[in-house]
Design a protein around this ligand. Structure first.
Ligand code: FAD
Ligand code: FES
Length: 270
């Protein structure tokens, strides 16, 4: 079910360099949100900026009827959103889109690969897995960013008890390099049946997808596209998805409606 509402802001905190977490009260949306889904946000009722922007649901507190998003303040929209204060409202539409499909095989090793602000939906996924009774040792999270101050959800992932591997481009936390450097050793000779779930910048998603396909490891990718409407109307978010039934061998699917999560083997990267 999708809701459109002016959600009261419960808190708005800076959690790292340029990164902020907003928690809003929206009990129905919080109850219905699944990991991988997002909300379309508008913070200025004068429609400046004019279009909403998508943000993944990060964490949900069912008892309080709240959910949070985390954002990196880097452009016109997100720098403007920093001005919002607790007690004001945030206009949201959501939860929107599909969600990650948790592999049900009991012997499955779940490998979550996050880049920068791709971490929020994967933290939500890990926390749902643990909340549903999964042994956290079955979950490995590779969490990467340019540097330590841009890593998201480190404390929260540690608190879940998952196997957390950090990697930064400059070596300020964890290993030095890219998430794909750590992924390589995990999937080259997988010891157990492994499924990868990933979210982050497009070049990273493409590299993770290629590696998983070469290794024969199933991989679910949450794509990052522009989403002018977020509700399946404008076609501004289409991605090429393999479809043998179509004359050209692919269909243009809306990432806001049919996605944002697709199987890596189906995506035809542009
Ligand atoms: C499913 C999904 C989940 C996401 N989750 C997160 C998250 O959890 N945290 C996070 O930080 N980011 C997330 N993003 C990315 C985020 O929505 C945008 O990158 C960010 O909001 C852009 O805002 P900005 O202030 O950085 O850039 P802006 O300066 O506002 O925009 C950058 C450029 O993109 C253009 N643009 C951006 N959006 C639109 C649009 N809708 N229509 C037309 N032009 C547009 C602008 O005109 C501008 O040229 C997600 C994206 C997707 C698709
Ligand atoms: S954003 Fe408009 S159809 Fe997807």
């Amino acid at each position: 079910m999708r809701y459109q509402l002016d959600a009261p802001i419960i808190s708005h905190e800076q959690i790292a360099d340029c990164e902020y977490e907003i928690t809003v009260e929206a009990p129905e949306a919080a109850r219905d949100a699944r990991p991988g889904q997002f909300v379309q946000v508008l913070y200025d009722q004068s429609y400046n900026p004019f279009t909403r922007r998508p943000f993944s649901v990060y964490r949900v507190d069912l008892a309080r009827g709240t959910f949070s998003i985390v954002y990196l303040a880097r452009g016109v929209f997100t720098l403007g959103m920093r001005r919002k204060r607790a007690g004001e409202v945030l206009s949201i539409i959501g939860p929107l889109g599909n969600s990650y499909l948790q592999d049900a095989r009991p012997d499955c090793q779940h490998l979550l690969v996050a880049g920068g602000v791709g971490a929020p939906p994967l933290y939500f996924l890990a926390s749902e897995m643990v909340r549903n009774g999964m042994d956290p040792r079955r979950i490995t999270v590779i969490n990467g960013a340019r540097s330590e101050n841009l890593l998201v959800a480190v404390r929260e992932l540690n608190a879940l008890g998952v196997d957390l591997r950090l990697v930064t481009n400059d070596g300020s936390a964890g290993a030095t390099g890219l998430v794909t450097d750590l992924l390589a050793s995990e999937i080259q000779i997988p010891q157990t049946y492994t499924v990868v779930y990933t979210c982050g910048p497009t070049p990273m998603l493409r590299a993770v997808s290629d590696m998983c396909m070469s290794a024969g490891v199933p991989c679910q990718v949450s794509v990052e596209t522009m989403m002018p409407c977020g509700i399946g109307v404008c076609m501004g978010c289409v991605v090429k998805i393999r479809d043998a039934g179509e004359p050209d061998g692919f269909a243009m699917l809306r990432s806001c409606y049919d996605g944002p999560v697709f199987s890596a083997e189906d995506i035809l990267w542009e």
